[in-house]
Design a protein around this ligand. Structure first.
Ligand code: MN
Length: 527
């Protein structure tokens, strides 16, 4: 099958956009993931930008073994030398050199006329091919470049011996039909074009980056430049996961293969979010939280019968968590019954009618229900299986020296239990101490902190979702101290679990006796 090469520029075009700056160490972590993911080219940076960028590229070259590592340069001798220095340790190195060729870029950036620009491009490319076996040239803003000048420039760099010619839609201006025609025209008119790879680099200003990239492939391009989560200048670049899955799912009409291991797409997306602290939009194609979630009753019924009724690809194929049937006011009886059965609380049809009425009341405001709330719909009025734990005392020693320590005292049925634990953060330490007492390990799968009020003395409202034994419970708490509020929210979720679980373990630590003064003070605090 025809191979389309995936050129990832998350660490260059993505990294240079607002909010996505990364340290050299973070870039290295992502470069390892990109290589594992199976991209063909990793653009590591723009070494002339700073000494740190240059050193970052060198570090990436040392760990990347199979992928080609590329670095960017302007048509300036110093830039090309910086790239040579930065890619020196690479197993496979590529110089990526660019020059703005549209009239707007010529006027606004260099003040050169077309002939002067062409001369500068030839000079730089000639220097590049002497230093590198693999050179890519980009006429920046190619989609707004005068066609005759674009032909002249591309012919010149092909004659100089570059391996790749990239046709950037730098400002996200083109459309699929126009872009495909431009690539086809180059394929027809440039002598020796069969010896070079044509490449796409599309921006998403009109939301057309992925569509334009695929149109470029239809026109004859065999390399796509893209980024994880579609990050990049302004509205971003073509999204790698969307490109790869479009080629994968619609291989019937786009018979091209890539080297990407699709089951690592979700993990790669999550890693980028974790590193940059910027989440993915909920309804993002392929890797968004809603990409495999269904709430409407009609859809859920279809999904329960045959997943293909509302999913064109499986979450497993991109390494995403399993499809979710989210229970909200659009959900039907069947979906509710199926979920209750999964949770270990099967109901007969008479009970289901009753429970479904309660369910509709609970979600009338448009909210969705967590597992704990669903179970409580069934268990309504029944006494909890275990009395809840209450916080008597929390003490966390926090600071820059890791690990941190936390001491937690809980009371239950009039008895007090104390435990301490270590953690990288205060919440981890305190929750581990709680787990040691209850004997169950909870995993925080969602954590939200919101300031209530303004100013430094604002209160913190913490909402958590905690998974224990494959069931999810929510907890919420408000307080002046966000660590304390977080721990209270966590304990409230754990208490919900303990109140419905079938085999409640007794506390896992010995009872302690407290000095009465401490006990009475902290009880006041808890009130
Ligand atoms: Mn770009």
């Amino acid at each position: 099958m025809d191979r389309v090469r995936i050129f990832d520029t998350t660490l260059r075009d993505g990294e240079q956009s607002p909010g996505y700056g990364m340290t050299a160490e973070q870039k290295l972590t992502l470069a390892r993931q990109l290589e594992e993911l199976g991209v063909d080219v990793i653009e590591a940076g723009f070494p002339a930008a700073s000494a740190e960028d240059l050193e970052g590229c060198r570090q990436i070259c040392r760990v990347v073994k199979t992928a080609t590592v590329a670095a960017l340069a302007r048509c300036v001798t110093g830039d090309i030398e910086s790239v040579a220095k930065s890619l020196e340790p690479a197993a496979h190195a590529r110089l990526h050199v660019f020059f703005g060729t549209s009239q707007i870029h010529l006027d606004a950036k260099t003040g050169l006329n077309e002939d002067q620009a062409l001369e500068k491009i030839i000079e730089a490319v000639r220097r590049g091919v002497k230093l590198f076996d693999d050179v890519e040239f980009s006429p920046e803003d190619a989609t707004r470049t005068n066609v005759d000048f674009l032909l002249k420039v591309v012919q010149a760099v092909v004659d100089e011996g570059v391996q790749v010619v990239n046709i950037p839609d730098t400002v996200g201006y083109t459309t699929p039909v126009e872009y495909q025609a431009r690539i086809e025209m180059l394929k027809q008119k440039i002598r020796g074009i069969d010896k070079v790879t044509l490449s796409t680099h599309c921006h998403n200003d009109l939301g057309l980056a992925v569509a334009n990239s695929l149109a470029g492939v239809a026109g004859g391009a065999r390399q796509i430049e893209c980024t994880i989560n579609g990050i990049g200048e302004r509205a971003g670049n073509a999204s790698l996961e969307e490109i790869v899955m479009a080629l994968n799912v619609r291989n019937d009409i786009m018979p091209y293969e890539t080297g990407v291991k699709t089951e690592l797409l979700y993990k790669s997306s999550q890693l980028l979010s974790a590193v940059t602290g910027v989440g993915v939009q909920r309804n993002k194609a392929v890797v968004g939280q809603n990409a495999f979630a269904h709430e409407s009753g009609v859809h859920q019924q279809g999904m329960l019968n045959d997943r293909r009724s509302y999913e064109i690809m499986t979450p497993e194929s991109v390494g995403s968590p399993p499809s979710q049937l989210v229970l909200g006011r659009h959900s039907g009886r069947k979906a509710l019954a199926a979920r209750l059965k999964d949770l270990g609380h099967p109901v007969d049809s008479a009970t289901l009618n009753l429970v479904y009425d309660r369910f509709l009341q609970a979600v009338a405001d448009g909210s969705t229900l967590d597992d704990d709330a669903l179970i409580s719909l069934v268990l309504d009025n029944r006494p909890p299986k275990a009395p809840p734990y209450q916080i008597n005392l929390i003490q966390v020693i926090s600071g820059t020296v890791k690990p941190l320590t936390a001491t937690v005292q809980l009371t239950r049925d009039g008895n007090t239990y104390a435990e301490c634990a270590l953690g990288e953060g205060p919440l981890e330490a305190a929750c581990t101490a709680i787990d040691k007492i209850t004997g169950y390990a909870g995993k925080i799968v969602n954590y939200e902190l919101r300031a209530v009020g303004e100013g430094r003395d604002a209160q913190g409202e913490v909402s958590v979702r905690v998974t224990v034994n494959d069931k999810t419970f929510s907890g919420r708490a408000v307080g002046d101290d966000i660590v304390e509020a977080s721990v209270r929210a966590y304990l409230s979720a754990m208490n919900k679990f303990l109140s419905v679980t079938a085999d409640v373990k007794p506390p896992q630590v010995e009872r302690t006796t407290l000095a009465p003064r401490i006990a009475s003070q902290s009880q006041e605090g808890a009130a």
